[in-house]
Design a protein around this ligand. Structure first.
Ligand code: FE2
Ligand code: FE2
Length: 410
């Protein structure tokens, strides 16, 4: 028998002990073979861990991840994970096969749900959803949404000026010693691989470009701004791994897609889910209700958000980015990252949308969604990247993510 986190439970596992819900009622009896439906119910009730009978059924994350195509548990898990995608499609097939190796190498992180630990006394369908009425006020009203540090608007103002030099940016950033130190650590990391030690921000701006250094400074400032959010609402480590990985994936795709500005899609990727953080921070109860609604209906969180918040986190994040004076293009990248494109989207929008899907698919971090949506093929085709490149793109993401998360988040 083994105690297992519910987020690691997969269909086919056998319950080793009865499961009692928060009201003390028997939810499921010992020896039950779990299906996706029971796993959803466990999460809906906020059951953190269950006992799995390993003798009668050998499933566990380790068993799923023995990295063998012939392992039925690996197959079962991945067939479930990719159930919204067409496995006959060569892109999906390639990523599916890469995931087999990732599971074998313990590189696949299982999604964790935000806000599902709260007690609930009734199933979700009995609850009335009250949409948030004042979501726009959050943006308009500085009293509710604390302003970003003044250094943020100073950098933003400076880069709007076409004559802004590396020296100007360095002068602003130097005012914040912690931001300066983080920036220099990033610039000197293998992530940028400049080869020689950069000791001044002015030189960093010369080596990488004023815009690149400014974008990094803005990204770090926004991440620091959200550091106060409690981990009980969302696994922040996992959230930022997802976001930073999305930025790195976007930047990596940019090297293969003509006309895409790497730094812009990096920031777009880094901040694409920022709206969700605000939802979680300011509307935790609505978020709990949203998660339960999602688990009971099997719908994606982003599809249900308009009912609860009047808009998706993608739309909200884009309004926030505009309000913070990020460029209109960055705001667009955030706004469209979940779009169901019917026609070929612009390349930069496609890069961020595909990157978001990809890092979810290969199990790097989580922004709270518990299932993998379908890859939008119009977005994928817009990139013009052959699937044979995916292996090396994913390897590059893996190489950079550990160090990058340390720099941006820790
Ligand atoms: Fe998102
Ligand atoms: Fe995301």
């Amino acid at each position: 028998m083994k105690k297992l986190n519910v987020n690691k439970v997969v269909p086919g596992m056998i319950l080793g002990q009865d499961v009692i819900n928060t009201d003390g009622r028997l939810l499921f009896s010992k020896d039950l073979e779990l299906t996706q439906k029971e796993i959803r119910t466990l999460k809906m009730w906020g059951i953190p861990e269950i006992f799995i009978d390993l003798k009668s059924h050998k499933d566990s994350q380790e068993d799923i991840g023995n990295g063998s195509k012939d392992n039925p548990q690996t197959r079962q898990f991945l067939d479930n994970w990719f159930c919204n995608n067409d496995l006959k499609n060569p892109v999906i097939e390639t990523i599916y096969n890469l995931c087999i190796d990732r599971l074998g190498n313990n590189l696949f992180e299982f999604a964790s749900l935000p806000g599902n630990k709260k007690k609930t006394s009734r199933p979700h369908n009995d609850m009335k959803i009250k949409p948030v009425k004042d979501i726009h006020l959050l943006i308009e009203d500085d009293i509710k949404l604390p302003a970003l540090p003044t250094i943020f608007s100073e950098i933003n103002e400076a880069i709007k000026n076409p004559k802004c030099s590396g020296k100007d940016i360095a002068a602003i950033v130097t005012k914040d010693p912690s931001l300066s130190a983080t920036l220099l650590r990033i610039v000197n990391s293998a992530y940028y691989g400049l080869g020689q030690k950069v000791e001044s921000l002015e030189y960093a701006a010369m080596a990488l470009g004023t815009r690149q250094v400014s974008s990094l400074a803005l990204g770090i400032t926004v991440i620091n701004y959200f550091k106060g959010i409690s981990d009980s609402r969302i696994n922040m480590q996992s959230f930022w791994r997802h976001s930073v990985a999305c930025g790195i994936a976007a930047k990596t795709f940019a090297t293969h897609v003509k006309g895409v500005v790497a730094e812009r899609v990096f920031i777009g990727g880094l901040l694409h889910d920022i709206g969700r953080l605000v939802f979680l921070n300011f509307y935790p109860l609505e978020c709990n209700s949203l998660v339960k609604h999602s688990l009971s209906s099997g719908s994606f969180l982003y599809r249900l958000e308009p009912k609860h918040f009047g808009m998706t986190h993608a739309r909200f994040g884009s309004l926030l980015a505009k309000n913070w004076n990020f460029s209109n293009r960055i705001s667009q990248l955030i706004q469209h990252h979940h779009d169901d494109f019917k026609k070929t989207p612009p390349k930069e929008i496609a890069v961020v949308a595909v990157s978001n899907w990809l890092v979810n698919a290969i199990g790097i971090g989580s922004s709270g969604e518990n299932e993998l949506p379908a890859l939008n093929m119009s977005a994928w085709k817009s990139l013009g990247v052959p699937e044979s490149l995916l292996d090396s793109i994913i390897k590059q993401i893996d190489r950079q993510i550990v160090e990058a998360v340390k720099f941006f988040y820790e």
